[in-house]
Ligand binder design. Structure first.
Ligand SMILES: [Zn+2]
Length: 351
Protein backbone atom coordinates (compact mmCIF):
# COMPACT_ATOMS: atom_id res chain seq x y z
CA UNK A 1 0.00 0.00 0.00
CA UNK A 2 1.36 3.39 -0.96
CA UNK A 3 0.13 6.63 0.57
CA UNK A 4 -1.01 7.82 -2.84
CA UNK A 5 -3.58 5.01 -2.87
CA UNK A 6 -5.26 6.29 0.29
CA UNK A 7 -7.56 9.10 -0.74
CA UNK A 8 -8.13 12.06 1.51
CA UNK A 9 -5.40 11.39 4.09
CA UNK A 10 -2.57 13.44 2.61
CA UNK A 11 -2.00 15.62 5.67
CA UNK A 12 -1.66 12.66 8.00
CA UNK A 13 0.44 10.76 5.43
CA UNK A 14 2.80 13.73 5.28
CA UNK A 15 3.18 13.78 9.02
CA UNK A 16 3.90 10.05 9.05
CA UNK A 17 6.57 10.17 6.33
CA UNK A 18 8.16 13.15 8.05
CA UNK A 19 8.42 11.20 11.30
CA UNK A 20 10.11 8.31 9.50
CA UNK A 21 12.48 10.56 7.55
CA UNK A 22 13.54 12.27 10.75
CA UNK A 23 14.23 8.91 12.42
CA UNK A 24 11.81 9.54 15.29
CA UNK A 25 9.85 6.33 14.87
CA UNK A 26 8.29 5.14 18.10
CA UNK A 27 8.41 1.37 18.53
CA UNK A 28 4.80 1.06 19.67
CA UNK A 29 2.08 3.09 18.02
CA UNK A 30 -1.66 3.11 17.70
CA UNK A 31 -3.67 4.30 14.72
CA UNK A 32 -7.09 5.19 16.05
CA UNK A 33 -10.10 5.64 13.78
CA UNK A 34 -12.83 3.77 11.92
CA UNK A 35 -11.43 1.30 9.40
CA UNK A 36 -13.26 3.29 6.70
CA UNK A 37 -10.93 6.20 7.48
CA UNK A 38 -8.09 4.15 6.02
CA UNK A 39 -6.43 3.53 9.40
CA UNK A 40 -5.28 0.01 8.53
CA UNK A 41 -4.20 1.06 5.04
CA UNK A 42 -2.21 3.93 6.60
CA UNK A 43 -0.49 1.57 9.03
CA UNK A 44 0.52 -0.70 6.17
CA UNK A 45 1.65 2.22 4.00
CA UNK A 46 3.64 3.51 6.98
CA UNK A 47 5.42 0.17 7.40
CA UNK A 48 6.03 -0.08 3.67
CA UNK A 49 7.53 3.42 3.60
CA UNK A 50 9.72 2.63 6.60
CA UNK A 51 11.17 -0.38 4.79
CA UNK A 52 11.29 1.06 1.27
CA UNK A 53 14.76 1.07 -0.27
CA UNK A 54 14.05 4.01 -2.59
CA UNK A 55 11.76 6.43 -0.80
CA UNK A 56 10.36 9.01 -3.18
CA UNK A 57 10.31 12.70 -2.25
CA UNK A 58 8.16 15.15 -4.17
CA UNK A 59 8.55 18.89 -4.82
CA UNK A 60 7.27 21.30 -2.24
CA UNK A 61 3.59 22.04 -2.71
CA UNK A 62 2.74 18.54 -3.88
CA UNK A 63 -0.19 17.03 -1.96
CA UNK A 64 2.13 14.26 -0.75
CA UNK A 65 5.63 15.20 0.37
CA UNK A 66 6.91 11.60 0.02
CA UNK A 67 5.88 8.01 -0.61
CA UNK A 68 7.33 4.53 -0.90
CA UNK A 69 8.55 3.60 -4.38
CA UNK A 70 6.30 0.57 -4.88
CA UNK A 71 9.00 -1.18 -6.89
CA UNK A 72 11.94 -2.13 -4.72
CA UNK A 73 12.04 -5.74 -3.47
CA UNK A 74 10.69 -4.74 -0.06
CA UNK A 75 7.81 -2.71 -1.56
CA UNK A 76 6.87 -5.50 -3.93
CA UNK A 77 6.49 -7.91 -1.04
CA UNK A 78 4.59 -5.31 0.96
CA UNK A 79 2.22 -4.68 -1.93
CA UNK A 80 1.29 -8.37 -1.79
CA UNK A 81 1.35 -8.33 2.03
CA UNK A 82 3.82 -11.20 1.71
CA UNK A 83 6.88 -9.65 3.34
CA UNK A 84 8.52 -12.09 5.77
CA UNK A 85 9.01 -9.26 8.25
CA UNK A 86 5.41 -8.12 8.16
CA UNK A 87 3.13 -9.92 10.60
CA UNK A 88 -0.62 -9.47 10.79
CA UNK A 89 -2.71 -10.27 13.83
CA UNK A 90 -6.50 -9.85 13.85
CA UNK A 91 -9.60 -11.25 15.55
CA UNK A 92 -10.67 -14.74 14.56
CA UNK A 93 -13.38 -17.22 15.47
CA UNK A 94 -13.92 -20.94 15.01
CA UNK A 95 -14.99 -21.93 11.51
CA UNK A 96 -15.94 -25.13 9.70
CA UNK A 97 -12.23 -25.88 9.16
CA UNK A 98 -10.67 -24.46 12.33
CA UNK A 99 -12.86 -25.87 15.06
CA UNK A 100 -10.89 -25.04 18.20
CA UNK A 101 -8.45 -22.41 19.47
CA UNK A 102 -8.46 -20.30 16.31
CA UNK A 103 -5.65 -17.79 15.83
CA UNK A 104 -4.47 -15.33 13.16
CA UNK A 105 -1.89 -17.78 11.85
CA UNK A 106 -4.71 -20.07 10.73
CA UNK A 107 -6.27 -17.40 8.50
CA UNK A 108 -3.39 -15.45 6.93
CA UNK A 109 -4.44 -16.29 3.39
CA UNK A 110 -8.09 -15.41 4.02
CA UNK A 111 -7.11 -12.14 5.67
CA UNK A 112 -4.84 -11.07 2.83
CA UNK A 113 -7.64 -11.83 0.39
CA UNK A 114 -10.08 -9.84 2.51
CA UNK A 115 -7.70 -6.86 2.59
CA UNK A 116 -7.14 -6.89 -1.13
CA UNK A 117 -10.86 -7.35 -1.93
CA UNK A 118 -11.73 -4.32 0.19
CA UNK A 119 -8.72 -2.07 -0.57
CA UNK A 120 -7.82 -2.49 3.13
CA UNK A 121 -10.96 -0.58 4.12
CA UNK A 122 -13.15 -3.56 5.08
CA UNK A 123 -14.92 -3.40 8.44
CA UNK A 124 -14.79 -5.91 11.25
CA UNK A 125 -18.27 -7.20 10.37
CA UNK A 126 -17.23 -7.62 6.75
CA UNK A 127 -14.25 -9.62 7.92
CA UNK A 128 -16.46 -12.02 9.89
CA UNK A 129 -18.74 -12.33 6.88
CA UNK A 130 -15.72 -13.17 4.70
CA UNK A 131 -14.69 -15.80 7.26
CA UNK A 132 -18.22 -17.19 7.20
CA UNK A 133 -18.81 -16.62 10.92
CA UNK A 134 -21.26 -13.72 10.65
CA UNK A 135 -22.91 -14.20 14.01
CA UNK A 136 -19.78 -14.84 16.07
CA UNK A 137 -17.69 -12.22 17.79
CA UNK A 138 -14.03 -12.67 16.89
CA UNK A 139 -11.28 -12.46 19.46
CA UNK A 140 -7.51 -12.22 19.71
CA UNK A 141 -6.44 -14.93 22.12
CA UNK A 142 -3.44 -16.37 23.99
CA UNK A 143 -2.09 -18.23 20.98
CA UNK A 144 -1.93 -14.94 19.10
CA UNK A 145 -0.18 -13.35 22.05
CA UNK A 146 2.40 -16.15 22.12
CA UNK A 147 3.03 -15.60 18.43
CA UNK A 148 3.36 -11.86 18.95
CA UNK A 149 5.87 -12.31 21.75
CA UNK A 150 7.87 -14.84 19.75
CA UNK A 151 7.77 -12.79 16.55
CA UNK A 152 8.87 -9.59 18.22
CA UNK A 153 11.66 -11.45 19.99
CA UNK A 154 13.22 -12.69 16.75
CA UNK A 155 15.54 -10.75 14.49
CA UNK A 156 14.15 -9.45 11.19
CA UNK A 157 14.77 -11.96 8.41
CA UNK A 158 15.62 -9.41 5.77
CA UNK A 159 17.67 -7.00 7.82
CA UNK A 160 15.09 -4.20 7.79
CA UNK A 161 12.48 -3.43 10.38
CA UNK A 162 10.17 -6.11 11.58
CA UNK A 163 6.59 -4.88 11.72
CA UNK A 164 3.72 -6.41 13.58
CA UNK A 165 0.29 -4.97 12.90
CA UNK A 166 -2.55 -5.82 15.25
CA UNK A 167 -5.90 -4.94 13.72
CA UNK A 168 -8.75 -4.42 16.24
CA UNK A 169 -6.60 -4.81 19.39
CA UNK A 170 -9.76 -4.02 21.36
CA UNK A 171 -10.68 -7.67 20.70
CA UNK A 172 -7.73 -8.98 22.70
CA UNK A 173 -8.76 -11.00 25.70
CA UNK A 174 -7.21 -10.10 29.03
CA UNK A 175 -4.44 -12.68 29.10
CA UNK A 176 -3.47 -11.75 25.56
CA UNK A 177 -3.37 -8.06 26.50
CA UNK A 178 -1.20 -8.82 29.51
CA UNK A 179 1.29 -10.76 27.43
CA UNK A 180 1.40 -7.94 24.89
CA UNK A 181 2.10 -5.53 27.70
CA UNK A 182 5.32 -7.36 28.53
CA UNK A 183 6.65 -6.92 24.99
CA UNK A 184 5.82 -3.20 25.19
CA UNK A 185 7.97 -2.93 28.28
CA UNK A 186 10.97 -4.59 26.70
CA UNK A 187 10.96 -3.67 23.03
CA UNK A 188 13.38 -5.55 20.78
CA UNK A 189 15.58 -3.60 18.42
CA UNK A 190 14.21 -2.65 15.00
CA UNK A 191 10.76 -3.94 15.69
CA UNK A 192 7.66 -1.89 15.28
CA UNK A 193 4.29 -2.69 16.81
CA UNK A 194 1.34 -0.95 15.17
CA UNK A 195 -2.07 -1.28 16.80
CA UNK A 196 -4.95 -0.30 14.53
CA UNK A 197 -7.99 0.33 16.72
CA UNK A 198 -11.44 1.80 16.27
CA UNK A 199 -11.94 2.69 19.92
CA UNK A 200 -9.92 2.77 23.11
CA UNK A 201 -12.90 2.00 25.34
CA UNK A 202 -12.14 -1.67 25.82
CA UNK A 203 -8.38 -1.42 26.05
CA UNK A 204 -6.15 -1.61 29.09
CA UNK A 205 -4.98 1.76 30.34
CA UNK A 206 -1.52 0.26 30.81
CA UNK A 207 -1.33 -0.52 27.10
CA UNK A 208 -2.71 2.86 26.06
CA UNK A 209 -0.13 4.64 28.14
CA UNK A 210 2.71 2.83 26.38
CA UNK A 211 1.74 3.46 22.79
CA UNK A 212 1.99 6.65 20.82
CA UNK A 213 -1.44 7.46 19.45
CA UNK A 214 -2.37 8.92 16.09
CA UNK A 215 -6.02 9.73 15.54
CA UNK A 216 -6.97 9.01 11.94
CA UNK A 217 -9.66 11.47 10.87
CA UNK A 218 -12.58 10.25 8.83
CA UNK A 219 -12.35 10.94 5.16
CA UNK A 220 -15.55 12.94 5.06
CA UNK A 221 -17.16 10.88 2.35
CA UNK A 222 -20.37 9.99 4.01
CA UNK A 223 -21.69 13.11 5.67
CA UNK A 224 -25.16 14.04 4.49
CA UNK A 225 -25.38 17.44 2.73
CA UNK A 226 -27.58 19.05 5.35
CA UNK A 227 -25.19 18.16 8.14
CA UNK A 228 -22.27 19.35 6.03
CA UNK A 229 -23.95 22.74 5.56
CA UNK A 230 -24.54 22.99 9.30
CA UNK A 231 -20.92 22.11 10.03
CA UNK A 232 -19.75 24.60 7.40
CA UNK A 233 -21.65 27.40 9.15
CA UNK A 234 -20.32 26.29 12.52
CA UNK A 235 -16.78 26.25 11.16
CA UNK A 236 -17.06 29.72 9.61
CA UNK A 237 -18.28 31.30 12.82
CA UNK A 238 -15.62 29.48 14.83
CA UNK A 239 -12.77 30.66 12.63
CA UNK A 240 -14.06 34.25 12.73
CA UNK A 241 -14.24 34.07 16.53
CA UNK A 242 -10.64 32.86 16.67
CA UNK A 243 -9.56 36.13 15.07
CA UNK A 244 -11.79 38.32 17.17
CA UNK A 245 -11.32 36.35 20.37
CA UNK A 246 -14.49 37.86 21.80
CA UNK A 247 -14.79 35.76 24.93
CA UNK A 248 -18.53 36.04 25.33
CA UNK A 249 -19.24 34.97 21.77
CA UNK A 250 -16.59 32.28 21.85
CA UNK A 251 -18.00 30.70 24.98
CA UNK A 252 -21.44 30.80 23.33
CA UNK A 253 -19.99 28.85 20.43
CA UNK A 254 -18.30 26.39 22.77
CA UNK A 255 -21.56 25.88 24.70
CA UNK A 256 -23.34 25.09 21.46
CA UNK A 257 -20.63 22.58 20.51
CA UNK A 258 -20.86 20.97 23.95
CA UNK A 259 -24.56 20.21 23.46
CA UNK A 260 -23.71 17.91 20.55
CA UNK A 261 -22.99 14.24 21.20
CA UNK A 262 -19.48 12.88 21.31
CA UNK A 263 -19.72 11.37 17.83
CA UNK A 264 -20.93 14.65 16.35
CA UNK A 265 -18.13 16.55 18.07
CA UNK A 266 -15.61 14.14 16.58
CA UNK A 267 -17.24 14.41 13.18
CA UNK A 268 -17.05 18.19 13.38
CA UNK A 269 -13.35 18.13 14.25
CA UNK A 270 -12.69 15.74 11.39
CA UNK A 271 -14.63 18.02 9.10
CA UNK A 272 -12.56 20.96 10.37
CA UNK A 273 -9.34 19.04 9.68
CA UNK A 274 -10.47 18.19 6.16
CA UNK A 275 -11.35 21.85 5.64
CA UNK A 276 -7.95 23.06 6.78
CA UNK A 277 -6.32 20.50 4.53
CA UNK A 278 -8.34 21.73 1.54
CA UNK A 279 -7.46 25.35 2.39
CA UNK A 280 -3.80 24.49 2.67
CA UNK A 281 -3.79 22.70 -0.67
CA UNK A 282 -5.38 25.77 -2.21
CA UNK A 283 -2.79 28.08 -0.67
CA UNK A 284 0.23 25.88 -1.30
CA UNK A 285 -0.57 24.26 -4.61
CA UNK A 286 -3.39 26.29 -6.12
CA UNK A 287 -5.85 23.42 -5.80
CA UNK A 288 -9.43 24.64 -5.95
CA UNK A 289 -11.49 23.99 -2.85
CA UNK A 290 -13.58 20.99 -3.65
CA UNK A 291 -17.28 21.73 -3.81
CA UNK A 292 -17.90 19.67 -0.70
CA UNK A 293 -15.58 21.89 1.25
CA UNK A 294 -16.87 25.27 0.22
CA UNK A 295 -18.24 26.86 3.32
CA UNK A 296 -21.31 28.53 1.85
CA UNK A 297 -20.05 32.02 2.66
CA UNK A 298 -18.56 33.76 -0.35
CA UNK A 299 -16.43 36.23 1.55
CA UNK A 300 -15.02 33.51 3.79
CA UNK A 301 -14.43 31.09 0.88
CA UNK A 302 -12.40 33.77 -0.86
CA UNK A 303 -10.28 35.02 2.02
CA UNK A 304 -9.87 32.23 4.57
CA UNK A 305 -7.71 29.67 2.71
CA UNK A 306 -4.78 32.11 2.59
CA UNK A 307 -4.64 31.99 6.41
CA UNK A 308 -3.62 28.33 6.31
CA UNK A 309 0.05 28.09 5.40
CA UNK A 310 3.04 25.80 5.88
CA UNK A 311 3.77 27.81 9.05
CA UNK A 312 0.64 26.76 10.86
CA UNK A 313 -1.13 23.88 9.12
CA UNK A 314 0.71 21.02 10.85
CA UNK A 315 0.35 22.51 14.30
CA UNK A 316 -3.33 23.19 13.79
CA UNK A 317 -3.89 19.63 12.61
CA UNK A 318 -2.02 18.30 15.62
CA UNK A 319 -4.03 20.45 18.02
CA UNK A 320 -7.23 19.06 16.50
CA UNK A 321 -5.85 15.55 16.74
CA UNK A 322 -5.18 16.12 20.43
CA UNK A 323 -8.75 17.37 20.89
CA UNK A 324 -10.12 14.34 19.02
CA UNK A 325 -8.13 12.12 21.31
CA UNK A 326 -9.39 13.94 24.39
CA UNK A 327 -13.01 13.62 23.25
CA UNK A 328 -12.45 9.98 22.46
CA UNK A 329 -11.38 9.61 26.07
CA UNK A 330 -14.48 11.39 27.38
CA UNK A 331 -12.79 14.64 28.30
CA UNK A 332 -15.06 17.51 29.28
CA UNK A 333 -16.15 18.97 25.94
CA UNK A 334 -16.37 22.61 27.01
CA UNK A 335 -12.81 22.64 28.29
CA UNK A 336 -11.50 20.73 25.29
CA UNK A 337 -13.07 23.10 22.75
CA UNK A 338 -12.13 26.20 24.73
CA UNK A 339 -8.48 25.15 25.00
CA UNK A 340 -8.44 24.16 21.36
CA UNK A 341 -9.85 27.56 20.43
CA UNK A 342 -7.10 29.41 22.30
CA UNK A 343 -4.42 27.24 20.74
CA UNK A 344 -5.77 27.62 17.22
CA UNK A 345 -6.26 31.33 17.70
CA UNK A 346 -2.52 31.77 18.29
CA UNK A 347 -1.56 29.54 15.40
CA UNK A 348 -3.89 31.05 12.86
CA UNK A 349 -2.42 34.48 13.50
CA UNK A 350 1.07 33.09 12.96
CA UNK A 351 0.63 32.61 9.25
ZN1 LIG B 1 10.31 0.73 -2.23
Amino acid sequence: MRFKDIEGQEVLANRLTEIIDSGRVSHAQMFLGPTSSGSLALAIAYAQYLNCEHRQHYPEGSPLRADSCGECPSCRKYQELMHTDLHLVFPTATTATVTSKPCSEDFQEEFRQFLSDNRQLGTEDEWYAALGVDNKQGMIRERDADNIVRTLGLKAYEGGNKVLIVWMPERMNLSCANKLLKTLEEPAEKTLLLLVAESTDRMLQTILSRVQQTVVPDRNNDIDPERRTAMGAMFVSWMRLLFKLNMQQLSGWVDQMATLGREQQKQFLQYAQASLRACFLKTAAGYELTRELQFGDEKFDASFPAMITPNNVEQMMQAMNDALYAIERNAYAKITFMQLSFTLSKMIKKR
